[in-house]
Write a new protein. Structure first.
Length: 260
């Protein structure tokens, strides 16, 4: 079990430095994907990245566990066609999973940095309060049955290129499962992805927000509930999903409007 450590994200002055360090690691990682010779072994790179992610986000963070999964998951949640094509494809997908984790770390840090921009003196810190959830939510509701396996959930996340699936029992929505849930609650515990159901690792109850609420309220709810995806409701019926990346997109738009 990983130990809980203090992260380096409490001081805003470090954000630019951390973003640059992760971008440098992404450049160093590229030769592994293109199978070019490098001065560093993959094992050394993994050790370096685990140290950096642990320092920045903490060893109990989603990012740290996602990197461990990318390194040792051996493609257990990959589509069957990828697994059937042999070890080569599994190893390559493991590399791509590492890359996606690093890109996610950069996006997370840049998101935190943009949040700080909205709080600077001279800028309108109320901007997110004037934008509603409806303006930036994804209107597609991607769901999966509670009896589906976590392998099937992983395939659905990859197919639709989303970070979460709402879980239903055939008549109503009963939970939500994210890519983080698959790594933290399933793979990290050694559960068999071919037999373990979504019901085992989904989060419940479903934390929702009305489409007329502000993005500021949505962000506060995400922080309080410790979630990164919020199903959006209209008169208590789920009609879409709002994610942290959607709020990041809103902040980028608002920042561009300030410049203009």
């Amino acid at each position: 079990m990983g130990t809980k450590t203090r992260t380096g994200l409490t001081r805003a002055t470090f954000l630019d430095r951390y973003i640059q360090r992760f971008k440098e690691r992404l450049e160093k990682f590229q030769p592994f994907l293109s199978r070019k010779k490098t001065t560093m072994s993959l094992e050394q790179f993994d050790e370096d990245m685990e140290d950096l992610i642990g320092q920045v986000f903490g060893q109990a963070s989603d990012q740290f566990e996602a990197y461990l999964y990318a390194k040792i998951g051996e493609g257990s949640l990959l589509p069957e066609e990828a697994q059937e094509s042999g070890t080569h494809d599994r190893e390559r997908e493991s590399l791509h999973q590492r890359k996606r984790v690093l890109e996610s770390c950069v996006a997370d840090l840049e998101f935190r940095k943009r949040l700080l921009v909205t709080r600077r003196p001279g800028l309108d810190g109320q901007a997110l309060q004037r934008v509603t959830v409806e303006d930036y939510m994804a209107s597609d509701v991607r769901s999966i049955h509670s009896g589906a396996t976590i392998k099937e959930a992983g395939r659905a996340l990859q197919k639709w290129k989303v970070g979460s699936l709402i879980v239903d029992d055939g008549s109503r929505y009963i939970g939500i499962v994210t890519d983080s849930d698959l790594s933290r609650k399933a793979v990290a515990r050694g559960l068999d992805p071919s037999t373990t159901t979504v019901l085992t690792c989904m989060s419940k109850p479903v934390v929702t927000i009305e489409l007329t609420e502000s993005l500021s309220d949505a962000l506060a709810l995400m922080k309080d509930a410790g979630v990164r995806h919020l199903p959006v409701t209209a008169d208590r019926t789920i009609i879409g999903v709002l994610s942290v990346s959607d709020i990041l997109r809103a902040i980028e738009d608002l920042s561009a409007m300030r410049v203009d």
